[in-house]
Design a protein around this ligand. Structure first.
Ligand code: NAD
Length: 298
């Protein structure tokens, strides 16, 4: 039987450790860790994600501050807010909830975030440190995937790993993390020729293309590990029901693989947990607290 890589279970286990870590160290720091979340506009999915982050923070003892700005705000106003939060010693972590409305320059706003507070790990300085394999904030979804693999002692070193997708959010940082851990990594994308043949070689196949059910069993080697990053809500033809699915046609693939991540309950919960880890990592650095979290930041 195939092994389910249960992200929900692992995220609860890590959260328990984080909660204890905060409890043990808050007296020395004289305050709890804190996270500022900037949301712009009314995208309903963003509202749900921000809500989930707020709840996760409160479960472990991180104070969260939500700044919900209107779509009509000026880019300079957002920059001012980021700069204010950059200078605020009571704020350890900060993130801009993505996507933001198209009229704003997303990259330039991310560049404004103090790299020491950039809990999404998307600032150039943190990406640069990842390229150099130096400790820093790591982007959350890729770091969550590495932790999921490690939690089941799935070997990365020496393995053939194929990553589908080359986004700055997932595919690129994930490929770099796996390369730093001595995997032999192939990064593929929408212009890749013969994707099916390349995927069939993989010991570990990671699908982050954002295309529902793209990967069926013909893409997968017998006994491989398959990680499904995609998350999509599909509506039934009569429009009465909706159902979540990933980039992988799981029912077709599961009988063939050694291990897989479910959707939901695989990669998703780990992403939020890694945000908590990054926030505490920043808090820990600011107050010179003992560091026990470094293993969680690949
Ligand atoms: P993106 O659209 O920015 O990037 C998609 C990448 O996939 C691109 O590099 C593109 O070249 C590649 N691609 C597209 N179609 C392809 C195809 N047919 N064959 C090969 N490559 C193809 O998306 P993203 O932000 O990287 O996210 C990818 C998916 O992961 C989305 O479904 C997103 O919702 C999901 N996601 C989930 C989490 C989570 O926590 N579970 C976090 C981030 C993203």
């Amino acid at each position: 039987m195939s092994l389910k890589l249960d992200g929900k279970k692992l995220s609860l286990e890590i959260e328990e450790k984080l909660k204890n870590y905060i409890f043990d160290n808050k007296e020395m720091a004289k305050r709890n860790p804190s996270l500022a979340v900037i949301r712009i506009g009314e995208d309903p999915a963003s509202g749900i994600y921000v809500n989930n982050k707020e709840k996760a923070c409160s479960r472990v003892g991180i104070k969260s501050f939500i700044f919900h700005l209107k779509n009509t705000v000026e880019q300079t106003e957002i920059e001012k807010l980021i700069n204010k939060l950059n200078l605020d010693n009571d704020i350890d972590g900060m993130l801009l909830q993505l996507p933001i409305p198209k009229k704003f320059d997303e990259q330039s706003l991310i560049s404004c975030i103090n790299p020491d507070k950039d809990v999404d790990g998307l600032n150039e300085q943190n990406i640069g440190k990842l390229v150099k394999n130096e400790p820093a904030m790591r982007s959350c979804t890729p770091a969550g995937i590495v932790n999921l693999l490690r939690s089941q002692n799935i070997t990365i070193e020496g393995k053939k790993i194929v990553v589908i997708g080359r986004s700055l959010l997932v595919g690129k940082p994930l490929s770099l993390m796996l390369l730093n851990l001595n995997g032999t990594v192939t990064m593929t994308h929408s212009k890749t020729i013969n994707l099916n043949n390349i995927c069939k070689e993989a010991d570990i196949l990671i699908a982050a293309a954002g295309k529902p059910n793209l990967i069926d069993s013909t893409y997968v080697k017998e006994g491989a590990v398959i990680i499904d990053v995609g998350i999509h809500r599909l509506t039934s033809p009569d429009k009465t029901k909706t159902k979540l699915c990933g980039d992988v046609l799981l029912e077709d693939v599961i009988p063939k693989v050694f291990a897989y991540t479910p959707v939901p309950g695989g990669v998703g919960p780990m992403t939020v947990t890694m945000l908590l880890v990054n926030t505490i990592f920043s808090w820990q650095k600011q107050f010179g607290l003992s560091s026990t979290l470094n293993d969680l930041l690949p």
